[in-house]
Design a protein around this ligand. Structure first.
Ligand code: NAG
Length: 434
C-alpha cells in the first residue's frame, strides 16, 4: 500500500499508518555519510575543546585534607591540566585521563582517594596524567543535534544533557598534542587495582583504536561502559569522539556511545549492516535493548567486515556476557574474564581473581574482588597518602597498643614526659582514627 489516498478519512488512516511505519527507521551508514557527519561534528566540537586552557598544571597541594592546586582554581573556562605527580614520565606510555566538573567534586571522600590512586599509579608506571576540569556553557552542553542514525528523544531530564559527555572534548584536546598517541580514560571513582598491569598490555592485544568493556558482572548487560575507554589516536577515534560528543542526549552519555558504535560498524561495512534507529532515541530503551542487538548482530557485522580471528566474544551471543574479547570494526570489547595472562580489565565472575581496575566506591565491597576501602591500601596512593586498608589500620593500632603497654611496664615508669606523649598519641588514634 502506498502512502497516498483520495477520500479524507482514508487519507487520515493512511497518514496514521505511515506515521507509525516511519517512526522506526532502518539506518544504514555508508562511508560517505559517516565521513560527512564526522567532518561536521569535528568542526562543531573544535571550539568546544579549544576553549579549554591547556597550559594548566595541577599539583596535589595537600593529600589530607584534600586540595588540588591549579591556576587559582579559576572557573571561568574549562581546563585540561597536567597533574604533576612529581615523577619522571616515559614519552611512549599511555596517558591517563579523567574528568570532573569542579575541584570540589574531585575532593569529595572516595573521589579524592581514587584520584590519588591514579596519580600514584601514573607516577610509579612513569606516565602522564591529565585531568579536565569544568564544563562548557549550558547552551553548548544542552545542544541536541540529530545524527543520520540517531534522533535524540530522551526527556528523562527535560531537555538537559549530562555533563559526562565532556570527556570527549578532553580526548579531542589531548589528541591535539602531537606527543600523545594513546589515552586511557577512567571515571572519577575508578582506580587501579593491580599495580603490575599496564594499559599497554591491553592495547597490545589488538590493532583496534578503541577498547572498552561491559559492566561489572551482575550489573545490567550493555555493549560497552563509558567509564573506562582506551583509545589510540587515529582518524577514526578523532571522528568517533566528535560524533559521541555531538550525539549528547539526556542523562547518560552511554546512549550516544552505543549509537555511535553501531553507526561505526555500519559504516565499516559501507552500510551493508543496518540497524533500527528506534534503539537509540531514549536511554531507557537502549539500556535494555542495545546488548540484545549486539548479541544478535555481532557475527553478522564481523562477517560483513571480513573480520576473522579468535576474538569472537565466546558465548556472548547466547549469554550477553563476553568471556572472550569481541573484535568488531575499529573496536575491541574486552571480556569479563582474563585474556591470556592478563586479568579481566574490570570484572571477573571468579571473585578470587583480581582485576586491572576497580569501579567501586570507597564504601562498597564487590565480594572481595574490589574493596573500595582498599583504594589506597598496599601503597596504591604512595607517596601522597599512606592509608592502609581498614583491617591493617586496625592491626597497626593494636600493635601500637601492645608496644605502649610493654614500654610502659619496662621503661616509662621512669620517663613521665615520654609516657604522656605516647598516651596522647594512642588516645588520638583510638578516638580520631577512622
Ligand atoms: C561457553 O559456555 C560453555 C557452556 O556453558 C562453557 O563450557 C565454556 O567454557 C564457555 N566458554 C567460555 C570461553 O567461557
Amino acid at each position: 500500500m502506498g502512502c497516498s489516498s483520495s477520500t479524507p478519512s482514508a487519507r487520515l488512516l493512511v497518514i496514521l499508518t505511515c506515521a507509525a511505519r516511519t517512526a522506526a527507521t532502518t539506518v544504514s551508514v555508508t562511508q560517505d555519510v559517516w565521513r560527512e557527519s564526522a567532518a561536521s561534528a569535528q568542526a562543531a566540537a573544535k571550539p568546544d575543546w579549544a576553549a579549554a586552557d591547556r597550559q594548566c598544571i595541577a599539583t596535589i597541594a595537600s593529600a589530607k585534607p584534600p586540595y588540588l592546586s591549579y591556576d587559582g582554581r579559576d572557573t571561568t573556562e574549562p581546563k585540561l591540566c597536567r597533574v604533576d605527580h612529581g615523577g619522571p614520565v616515559d614519552a611512549d606510555k599511555t596517558t591517563v585521563l579523567m574528568f570532573v566538573n569542579a575541584p570540589q567534586y574531585l575532593e569529595q571522600r572516595g573521589n579524592w582517594e581514587a584520584f590519588l590512586n591514579k596519580a600514584s599509579y601514573c607516577r610509579r608506571t612513569r606516565r602522564r596524567f591529565y585531568i579536565w576540569i569544568g564544563v562548557p556553557p549550558s547552551n553548548v552542553l544542552n545542544a541536541r543535534v540529530d545524527a543520520p542514525w540517531a534522533r535524540c528523544r530522551d526527556k528523562t531530564r527535560g531537555l538537559e544533557n549530562t555533563l559526562n559527555g565532556v570527556k570527549n572534548l578532553a580526548f579531542l584536546a589531548l589528541f591535539d598534542d602531537p606527543s600523545i598517541d594513546k589515552v586511557m580514560y577512567m571515571d572519577t571513582d575508578m582506580w587501579v587495582s593491580s599495580e603490575e598491569i599496564e594499559p599497554e598490555a591491553y592495547f597490545a592485544l589488538t590493532d583496534a583504536d578503541l577498547l572498552g568493556n561491559q559492566n561489572r558482572v551482575g550489573g545490567p548487560k550493555i555493549p560497552m561502559n563509558g567509564g573506562l575507554v582506551f583509545a589510540r589516536k587515529s582518524e577514526f577515534t578523532q571522528q568517533f569522539f566528535a560524533l559521541w560528543w555531538r550525539g549528547r542526549c539526556g542523562a547518560h552519555d552511554q546512549l550516544p556511545l552505543w549509537a555511535t558504535l553501531f553507526a561505526a560498524w555500519s559504516a565499516a561495512t559501507d552500510g551493508a549492516y543496518s540497524f533500527n534507529d528506534e534503539h537509540f532515541k531514549k536511554y531507557s530503551h537502549a539500556h535494555l535493548e542495545a546488548v540484545s542487538l549486539l548479541q544478535r548482530d555481532a557475527m553478522y557485522i564481523r562477517q560483513k567486515a571480513n573480520m576473522e580471528g579468535p576474538y569472537d566474544g565466546g558465548n556472548f551471543s547466547a549469554t550477553g556476557l563476553l568471556d572472550v574479547p569481541l573484535a568488531l570494526p575499529h573496536v575491541l570489547l574486552l571480556p569479563s574474564a582474563p585474556v591470556g595472562s592478563l586479568p579481566a580489565v574490570r570484572s571477573d565472575p571468579v571473585r578470587s581473581r583480581p582485576t586491572f581496575v576497580c569501579h567501586t566506591r570507597i564504601d562498597k565491597d564487590e565480594y572481595g574482588q574490589c574493596v573500595g576501602a582498599d583504594v589506597c591500601a598496599a601503597g596504591r596512593c604512595a607517596p601522597f597518602l599512606a592509608l592502609t586498608s581498614k583491617s591493617s589500620f586496625a592491626m597497626g593500632r593494636f600493635v601500637l597498643l601492645g608496644f605502649f603497654v610493654a614500654l610502659n611496664a619496662a621503661v616509662l615508669s621512669r620517663r613521665p614526659a615520654l609516657r604522656r606523649r605516647l598516651a596522647e598519641r594512642v588516645l588520638a588514634l583510638f578516638s580520631g582514627g577512622r
